[in-house]
Write a protein that binds this ligand. Structure first.
Ligand code: SF4
Length: 361
């Protein structure tokens, strides 16, 4: 029996082709739509949608499904905005948010509709086994070790799967499908209409990065990363793993492509084209955004060079934790130093005034 979907359903799962058709009809000319007052209102909700995604705010109880058209359209416009911004992390965040949002509604969905949504992204919910190739394709970005093939019950080329696990895989599959569709090819004209919305989101995004890592402080880099930079500066031919780790590290702490490439300009054999390509690939242009390896992997790569007292005494298991710790610690030290300097200034001033008093007597 065919599944009947109302706009309320499409608002829950705006990635379905029926929702796409709805958007094409409502916003036949995207430019005119964006210029209209209604369009402007939708842009604001799209902007809020992206901001919630940036904050990883996966709270969906407040979504007002009594305005389903707004929900469907704001999904479509949010995709246009992130496509114009061409910032891979933003796309990643939005896709994660949308998959979590859909998953939230799927929890209480009637089985026929749930099955329909799942089939739309290529998942069958009524199975107890998945073929190994299919399984391997579904899990590469799931970090929990329980998804690793070695930890699964595999027999006759199939992996056993529980019902609740299938639903988790469905969420991941939605994320991957949405990710594969972005960025959309958006014209410059449309992007310029979305410019002010994108600008505001970009400011929020930069603020988030600053909140998380603060301004980039090379002095707080862990010894391993400093060692790679020194090797680059000395013109040593560093292995791919070192280049990858350093680039992913610098990208994650909020350095932009120009800043990262600048570090590599210190190499005597610096090649701008090649470096730019590698940096953009690792920073997410390829579709996958990479994070730097943890200390255990750095050790196996032979890149854990000169671990210092912070590495040893502060249970550092990731170069990023080292960076966060050292930055925070240096700030506290700076504050203490400032306070001490102020105290000693006060003391000197009071000594001076005592001397003056004595001289006057
Ligand atoms: S312990 Fe970790 S942070 Fe410290 S040098 Fe080794 S890899 Fe880097």
């Amino acid at each position: 029996m065919p599944v009947e979907l109302e706009n309320k359903d499409l608002a829950k799962y705006p990635f379905l082709k029926e929702a796409h058709n709805f958007v094409s009809q409502r916003a036949y000319s995207i430019e005119n739509f964006l210029k209209s007052r209604f369009g402007e209102r939708i842009c604001i909700s799209a902007q809020n949608r992206i901001k919630a995604a940036l904050e990883s705010k996966f709270v969906f109880d407040e979504i007002r499904l009594e305005k389903p058209d707004d929900e469907i359209l704001s999904y479509a416009v949010s995709r246009l905005i992130v496509s114009c911004m061409k910032e891979r992390q933003m796309i990643d965040k939005l896709c994660r948010y949308e998959s979590e949002r859909a998953f939230y509604f799927l929890q209480t969905e009637d089985s026929q509709k749930k099955d329909y949504v799942a089939r739309n992204v290529g998942i069958k919910l009524d199975v107890e086994k998945i073929s190994v190739p299919e399984y391997v394709e579904l899990v590469p970005n799931l970090r929990d070790s329980r998804w690793q093939l070695v930890n699964r019950d595999v027999s006759e080329g199939s992996v056993s799967i529980k019902k609740e696990e299938l639903e988790e895989l469905l969420k991941e599959r939605i994320r991957v499908v949405l990710h594969g569709q972005l960025p959309l090819p958006v014209t410059d004209g449309i992007c310029s209409l979305l410019d002010s919305f994108a600008g505001e989101i970009s400011a929020v995004y930069q603020e988030k990065l600053l909140e998380q890592f603060g301004e980039v402080d090379e002095g707080s880099f862990p010894p391993c990363m400093k060692a790679i930079i020194n090797a680059v500066s000395a013109g040593t031919n560093i292995p791919h793993t070192a280049r990858f780790s350093l680039t992913a590290f610098m990208h994650t702490i909020g350095m932009d492509t120009t800043g990262i490439v600048e570090v590599y300009t210190r190499a005597p054999d610096f090649d701008v084209e090649k470096t730019l390509y590698q940096v953009e690939h690792i920073s997410g242009r390829s579709g996958t955004e990479y994070t730097p390896p943890g200390c255990a992997t750095m050790k196996t790569y032979g890149l854990c060079v000169g671990p210092d007292s912070i590495c040893r005494n502060k249970n550092i298991i990731h170069p990023l934790s080292y960076y966060k710790y050292k930055k925070k610690y240096s700030k506290v030290n700076e504050k203490n130093k400032d306070a001490k300097e102020k105290d000693s200034e006060k003391e000197n001033n009071s000594k001076d005034s005592n001397i003056q008093k004595e001289e006057m007597i």
